[in-house]
Design a protein around this ligand. Structure first.
Ligand code: UD1
Ligand code: CA
Length: 451
């Protein structure tokens, strides 16, 4: 039997108190719906249908490239009503897995038993300490599931039940469609509850298979900012655990955040308060110092990132050393063993093999050959107030401290630029260029006296 998945994501998420659709709220650097879609894809269904509504086009736009079938639920009349919108597009002979767009941490392995179950209807339940807000599982005297009652419709006795409806359910499409025709909206919220399908099936004599989640935390939903924050910690813990298993030393697992997708090789050491954001690829034996941020960057092997660096959109080759207090902006490329030291900003520039800018410099729109030395206080003046211009520096050039290179300008190989020079014209290979005034020394100089 083929598998089709429906993700319900049309709700307003009232309790978030936000203008933004709930499923677009960020968890671990990605929208909630991204996590659910990733898990759905892992289950390899023949189709994924996403029911959207609140937030409308913003939701579809955020996932423009996702291979999903969008179904619009114009009015949010409940989860049962939402599923009903998708059913006409589903092969009646297939099995349908229902997922909720606000439950981001569930793993494919947890859902697989529901998809594979032979019975017409199977649900995933979990037993948790504080069940408030969730639908409770009702069982008959024999222990079989006979229904689900929502928090707001539950009696005091029912509220004491700690076994909850996680929201995940799988059923044969044909049967599901028939049960959905029968449910009404006679409840406190006036909504068509998908959960009423359970009692409906039970009354028709169906045996409902119930699978218990072995790790209840992964079935928890995000309904408020407080829950979102808690879920963020759970997700970060899961990500760090994976890194530890992969051979990475994380000085304090509570003080590393990964917002996005990142791979880190074995024998890397990550110090405290590090943030890895976007797409980050890090090789082996790399160390990342405390309080550093690495965003959308690729880092080779044996690289040392010292404390307090901000690295964004950079490509750093093997053996480089960056920081402390360095800022690499997008399109920075560091070739092997290049060094960028404290208070150096690099933007849209390439530093060749073994080149260094160790202190207090700005390198922007520049291409440096190998073995170039950029002294303290050097500035590539790349902007004339209207346009950006390039600076080219040949191999083994030595740019003295506090020099300004006014772009566009080309400095040849093995050039020496004297400290404090303002270079406005090209310098040929092997030359010395100095523009500062010659020093005058007046012996025995008497300072003026105060009157
Ligand atoms: C729902 C379940 C509850 C379960 C809990 C698990 C129902 C009636 N209740 O409650 O038993 O314990 O999830 O987290 O199903 N949605 C739509 N269209 C709508 C309404 C909701 O697409 O008209 C979507 C929402 O975007 C959300 C999901 O369905 O992703 C669940 O809706 P929500 O309002 O969060 O239901 P809960 O009150 O959490
Ligand atoms: Ca919910």
């Amino acid at each position: 039997m083929s598998l089709e998945i429906v993700i319900l994501a049309a709700g307003k998420g009232k309790r978030m108190r936000s203008e933004r659709a709930k499923v677009l709220h960020d968890l671990g650097g990605q929208p909630l719906l991204h996590h659910v879609l990733a898990t759905a894809t892992e289950l390899q269904p023949t189709a994924i249908h996403v029911v959207y509504g609140h937030g409308g086009d913003a939701v579809t736009a955020a996932f423009a490239d996702a291979p999903v079938h969008w179904v619009r639920q114009t009015q949010q009349k409940g989860t049962g009503h939402a599923l009903r919108q998708a059913l006409p597009f589903i092969d009646p002979n297939s099995r349908v897995l229902v997922m909720y767009g606000d439950i981001p941490l569930v793993r494919a392995a947890t859902l697989r038993p529901l998809c594979d179950a032979k019975l017409n209807l199977s649900i995933l339940t979990a037993t948790i300490k504080d069940a408030s807000g969730y639908g409770r599982i009702i069982r008959d005297l024999s222990g079989a599931v006979s229904g689900i009652v929502e928090q707001r419709d539950a009696s005091t006795e029912q509220l004491a039940i700690r076994e909850i409806n996680t929201g995940f359910m799988a059923a044969s499409a044909g049967a599901l469609s028939a049960w959905l025709q029968k449910i009404g909206n006679d409840n406190i919220q006036g909504e068509y509850y998908l959960t009423d399908v359970i009692a409906c099936a039970a009354q028709a004599g169906e045996i409902i298979s119930d699978v218990k989640a072995s790790r209840p935390y992964e079935t928890l939903g995000v309904n408020s900012n407080a829950e979102l924050a808690m879920m963020e910690r759970l997700l970060q813990r899961r990500r760090v655990k994976q890194l530890l298993n992969d051979g990475v030393t994380v000085r304090d697992p509570m003080r590393l955040d990964i917002r996005g997708e990142c791979t880190i090789g074995a024998d890397c050491v990550v110090d405290i308060n590090v943030l890895l954001e976007g797409e980050v690829r890090i090789g082996r034996r790399v160390s990342i110092g405390a309080n550093s941020i690495v965003r959308n960057s690729v880092i080779g092997d044996d690289v040392e990132i010292l404390e307090h660096c901000v690295i964004d959109g950079a490509e750093i080759s093997d053996g480089c050393r960056v920081g402390p207090f360095a800022r690499l902006r997008p399109d920075t490329v560091l070739h092997e063993r290049a060094r960028v030291g404290n208070f150096v900003e690099v933007k849209k520039s390439t530093l060749g093999t073994d080149s260094k800018a160790n202190h207090l410099a700005y390198v922007g729109d520049a291409t440096l050959g190998r073995d170039v030395n950029i002294g303290a206080g050097v500035i590539t003046c790349n902007y004339d107030g209207s346009n950006k211009h390039q600076t080219l520096i040949g191999d083994a050039a030595f740019i003295g401290s506090n020099a300004q290179l006014v772009a566009p300008v080309t400095i040849g190989t093995k050039v020496t630029v004297g400290a404090g020079s303002t270079i406005t014209g090209n310098v040929p290979d092997d030359a010395l260029a100095v523009t500062r005034a010659r020093q005058r020394t007046i012996r025995g100089w008497k300072r003026p006296q105060k009157k």
